[in-house]
Design a protein. Structure first.
Length: 336
């Protein structure tokens, strides 16, 4: 129980063990929680707030009073007390009811906010970030990317995230029998208009410039465009692209390594200068002007170090035989 000593209210509401105890109330767990409370942890107030919120959620029922409830109540008050006493008690009753209603409204608003709000983690240009989701899945975000998920992760029917930019996911496998999948064991990713359903696997998602690309390294996933019946079951070594329609290729056909950015590289074979410049713009936030438009279609093979803008620009200047000029956030590539 020591891990709970530093929990906040939000941590308690996200903890599966705490939620299970409040919902099911097993005797052994009840004794453990009582012993924990007797130790007077510093965060006891956070525990009590979480307990109140969760019990309110689990027991909340809408109560519809009888049609004549108000009239009967007022009649009882009139006949049981004198005029002045009646007036004072009505005022007191109204005040108590108002305070109670305000407290309940505050709790309801808090619960609604917690249940519907999202946590979003983003990266700036030229920044990468690695995070752990509540289910211990690992996500690495490339530059200028983000991932969002429900704050009340443990309350959801399935694991679900929304991504933009480029991310690499190592999804925690929760199911021992893939033929009997429970809702809580499902993992769904949203990238633009693409839905990805997965149990446990590693894959790269890139959503840039109105296109989505998914590369599967391990495991098995199902890819589907929203509002379309077409779906693709992916196997390791395959890539699915979406630009209005779903298209599948193999990594050998694309001749590049989608996850190379994890090591600060871009491994390409047959990509054009324009495609590499697009990646540079997405990663570092510059606008690049290639003054000789015929150079945009030049194909490039090899490995490009992508961990610094200077290295990329130096490589492009040599490959394309251009000089580099910077004006604020605009870079001009001019033929020598």
């Amino acid at each position: 129980m020591e891990k709970y000593n530093t929990y906040s209210t939000e941590d308690f509401l996200s903890d599966a063990g705490f939620i299970r105890w409040v919902k099911e109330g097993a005797e052994e767990e009840r004794q453990q929680w009582e012993e924990w409370q007797k130790s007077q942890p510093e965060n006891l107030k956070a525990y009590q707030q979480a307990l109140l919120i969760l019990r309110t959620v689990l027991t909340a029922e809408r109560i519809e009073p009888a049609k004549d409830f108000g009239a009967n109540l007022f009649a009882d008050i009139q006949t049981s007390i004198g005029q002045q006493e009646k007036r004072n008690k009505i005022i007191k009753w109204v005040r108590v009811a108002s305070v109670t209603a305000a407290a309940m409204l505050t709790i309801a608003i808090g619960i609604g906010w917690y249940a519907q709000s999202m946590i979003t983690i983003s990266t700036e240009y030229a920044q990468q970030k690695r995070i752990t989701l509540p289910d211990n899945s690992i996500v690495t975000l490339n530059a200028n990317s983000s991932i969002s998920y429900h704050r009340a992760w443990a309350w959801q029917n399935k694991r679900e995230v929304w991504v933009s930019g480029e991310v690499y996911l190592n999804v925690k496998h929760l199911n021992a029998d893939p033929t009997h999948i429970q809702n809580k064991e499902e993992f769904r990713l949203h990238a633009g208009k693409i839905l990805v359903d997965v149990l446990g696997t590693e894959f790269n998602v890139k959503q840039r410039r109105q296109q989505v690309q998914i590369a599967l390294l391990r495991g098995k996933i199902r890819v589907q465009a929203e509002n379309q019946s077409q779906a693709i079951i992916m196997k390791p070594g395959e890539i699915v692209r979406y630009n209005g329609i779903l298209q599948k290729q193999t990594l050998e056909q694309t001749r590049n390594v989608p996850e190379a950015w994890l090591e600060g590289n871009m491994v390409v074979s047959g990509l054009t200068a324009r495609q590499i410049i697009d990646n540079f713009e997405d990663t570092y936030g510059y606008k690049v002007v290639l003054e000789d438009s015929t150079l945009a279609s030049k194909q490039i093979d090899g490995t490009i170090a992508f961990n610094s803008e200077e290295t990329i620009l130096y490589t492009l200047s040599n490959i394309l035989n251009v000089n580099i000029y910077k004006e604020g956030r605009i870079i001009y590539l001019r033929s020598r």
